[in-house]
Design a protein around this ligand. Structure first.
Ligand code: 5AD
Ligand code: SF4
Length: 471
C-alpha cells in the first residue's frame, strides 16, 4: 500500500506550508470524513493546525440532523467573518469552506446567506476538494453538491502510516454510506444519498493497513452500517456479519465495532458474528426511536415495539453480556402521553447501558415536518427530562454492576492526571487505570474498583480530587 496518493492533489507548491483548521460537527462519519479530507490536503502540502487564528483555510464539516446543529454553523460563520475582516485589514487572506450535511442540504443558500464562504462542498464530492480549492484560488466562489457518479472512496488518498500512527490505536473505517430507509423525521437520505456499500476488498485492504500502522480497534461506520452488502474474496454474497468474520482474521486487529444499525437489518449472520467472534465487542447501538407502534408507523420505521424486543432477545441469547445503546426521539408529531409511556415501558423492558435522546426537530423537506399534531415545546421538554432520568439511571446501574469484575481494556492514551492511563471497556466505557497496567495499544485485564459519572475506575488508580477515594 502506498503511503500517500498525491495524484488527486494540485502540485504541492501551490499550497506549500499553508495551514488548515478543520472543525467537525455531528456524527462519527463526519469525524472520518474530516480525517480523509485532512489527509488529502496534507498530500497537497497543507499542514493541520489546532489554532483557527493561524489558519489559511478554515473547513467546517457540518451536521444537519437537528435544527440546533445546523444553526450553529451560521453563528460560527459570523465569528469567522469578523476574523476574515481583520485579516483583510492586515493584507492577509483566509479561505472558508463549508462541507458536510448543511453544505449538501443548503448549498447555494449558504453562499447567499454567508458571503464569507468561498466553497460549499457536499459529502458525495469530497474527492473534488483539491480541484475546487484551485478554483477558489482563482477567485471563484464554488458550490460542489452534485451527487457524484464516481466513487468518493476510490478517490480520496489512503492515510499514510505516519498519519494513522499519530491518531492512535483506534480508528474509524467507513464501509457504507447513505440511507434508503426514509424515516419520516430524518434528513440523512437527502443529505447523504442512497445506500452505497464500499467493496469488500477495499475495506479489507484499509483495515490491514490500519492494523499495520498500529491500530488495534476499528469501528466500521455507516449511516446504516448493517445494510452493508458485498462479495467476499471467494465471490460469495455476504452481509456485515460476513465482513466482520473476515476482518477478525487480520493480525493485530484485536477489536471490532460497528455503528449505526437499523433493527430491520440485524440478520442471522450478524447475530452469529456476535456469538462467535471474541474480537467483536459486546456493544450494540440499535436505535428504536419510540416504543409506540403508532409513532413507529408514522416514523416509517417498519417494525413494531414487539419486533424490536424480540430481536433484542435473540441477540442476547447469542451474546448474553451485550451492552445495548439506543437513540430516542420524544415529541414526534402526534405523540400522546400514552405513546410516550410506551417508550418509557420499552426502555424499562430492554434496559440500556447507554443512550442518546432528543426532542423532535422538524427538518425542512422531510415528511415529518408536514405532519399535523406538533407537540408543544414544554411537553417535549418534560418528556425528555423523564426519559433521560430513566436512561441515566440505567446507565449508572449498568456501570455499577461492573464493579468488582475484571474487564479487558484497550489502553488508548494517557489520563488527565499524572500516573494514569485511559482505555475503553468492551462496553465502550472509558476506564481510568494506573500507568503500571501496560502500554498504549495493549489489551489489559483490570478489576473495576468504582463507577463514576461517565467512566469506570480500575483498581490501583492513583486517587485524584475529581475521583475522590479510589481503591
Ligand atoms: N429530530 C430529532 N432527532 C432526530 N434524529 C434524527 N433526526 C431527528 C430529528 N429530526 C436523531 C435520531 C437518530 C439520531 C442520529 O438523531 O434519534 O437516530
Ligand atoms: Fe435516518 Fe432512518 Fe436512515 Fe437512520 S435509518 S439514517 S434515522 S432515515
Amino acid at each position: 500500500m502506498s503511503e500517500t496518493s498525491p495524484a488527486t492533489m494540485p502540485p504541492a507548491n501551490t499550497a506549500a506550508s499553508r495551514k488548515v483548521f478543520i472543525k467537525t460537527y455531528g456524527c462519527q462519519m463526519n469525524v472520518y470524513d474530516s480525517q480523509r479530507m485532512g489527509d488529502a490536503l496534507a498530500s497537497g502540502g497543507y499542514v493541520a493546525t489546532d489554532a483557527i487564528e493561524d489558519a489559511d483555510l478554515v473547513l467546517l464539516n457540518t451536521c444537519h440532523i437537528r435544527e440546533k446543529a445546523a444553526e450553529k454553523i451560521y453563528s460560527e460563520l459570523g465569528r469567522i467573518r469578523r476574523m476574515k475582516a481583520d485579516r483583510a485589514e492586515a493584507g492577509k487572506d483566509l479561505t472558508v469552506a463549508v462541507a458536510g450535511c448543511v453544505a449538501q442540504a443548503e448549498g447555494e443558500e449558504i453562499i447567499a446567506r454567508a458571503p464569507v464562504v468561498d466553497l460549499v462542498i457536499g459529502p458525495q464530492t469530497y474527492h473534488r476538494l483539491p480541484e475546487a480549492l484551485s478554483r477558489v484560488a482563482k477567485g471563484e466562489r464554488v458550490v460542489e453538491t452534485d451527487y457524484a457518479v464516481e466513487d468518493k472512496f476510490e478517490h480520496l488518498p489512503q492515510a499514510s502510516a505516519r498519519q494513522v500512527r499519530s491518531r492512535g490505536v483506534t480508528a474509524f473505517l467507513t464501509v457504507q454510506e447513505g440511507c434508503d430507509k426514509f424515516c419520516t423525521f430524518c434528513v440523512v437520505p437527502y443529505t447523504r444519498g442512497a445506500e452505497v456499500s464500499r467493496p469488500f476488498a477495499q475495506i479489507v485492504a484499509e483495515a490491514k493497513s490500519l492494523a499495520e500502522a498500529g491500530v488495534r480497534e476499528v469501528t466500521l461506520l455507516g449511516q446504516n452500517v448493517n445494510a452493508w452488502t458485498g462479495e467476499d474474496a471467494a465471490g460469495r454474497a455476504v452481509g456485515l456479519g460476513g465482513l466482520l468474520f473476515a476482518l477478525a482474521e487480520i493480525p493485530g486487529l484485536t477489536r471490532l465495532r460497528y455503528t449505526t444499525s437499523h433493527p430491520r437489518d440485524m440478520d442471522d449472520e450478524l447475530i452469529a458474528a456476535h456469538r462467535d467472534l471474541g474480537g467483536l465487542m459486546p456493544y450494540l447501538h440499535l436505535p428504536v426511536q419510540s416504543g409506540s407502534d403508532k409513532i413507529l408507523k408514522a416514523m416509517n420505521r417498519r417494525h413494531t415495539a414487539a419486533d424490536y424486543v424480540a430481536l433484542i432477545e435473540r441477540i442476547r441469547a447469542a451474546r448474553p453480556d451485550i451492552a445495548l445503546s439506543g437513540d430516542f426521539i420524544v415529541g414526534f408529531p402526534g405523540e400522546t402521553d400514552a405513546d410516550f409511556e410506551d417508550t418509557m415501558r420499552l426502555v424499562e423492558t430492554v434496559g440500556y447501558a447507554s443512550a442518546f435522546s432528543f426532542k423532535y426537530s422538524a427538518r425542512p423537506g422531510t415528511p415529518g415536518a408536514e405532519m399535523g399534531g406538533h407537540v408543544e415545546e414544554s411537553v417535549k421538554t418534560e418528556r425528555l427530562a423523564r426519559l433521560q432520568a430513566l436512561l441515566r439511571d440505567q446507565q449508572m446501574a449498568f456501570a455499577k454492576g461492573l464493579v468488582g469484575e475484571t474487564l479487558s481494556v484497550l489502553v488508548e492514551k494517557p489520563g488527565r492526571h499524572p500516573g494514569q492511563l485511559v482505555g475503553r471497556s468492551p462496553y465502550l466505557q472509558p476506564v481510568v487505570m494506573p500507568e503500571s497496567v501496560g502500554e498504549i495499544g495493549d489489551v489489559v485485564e483490570i478489576e473495576i474498583a468504582d463507577a463514576v459519572a461517565n467512566s469506570l475506575i480500575g483498581r490501583g488508580t492513583p486517587a485524584t480530587q475529581s475521583f475522590g477515594m479510589v481503591a
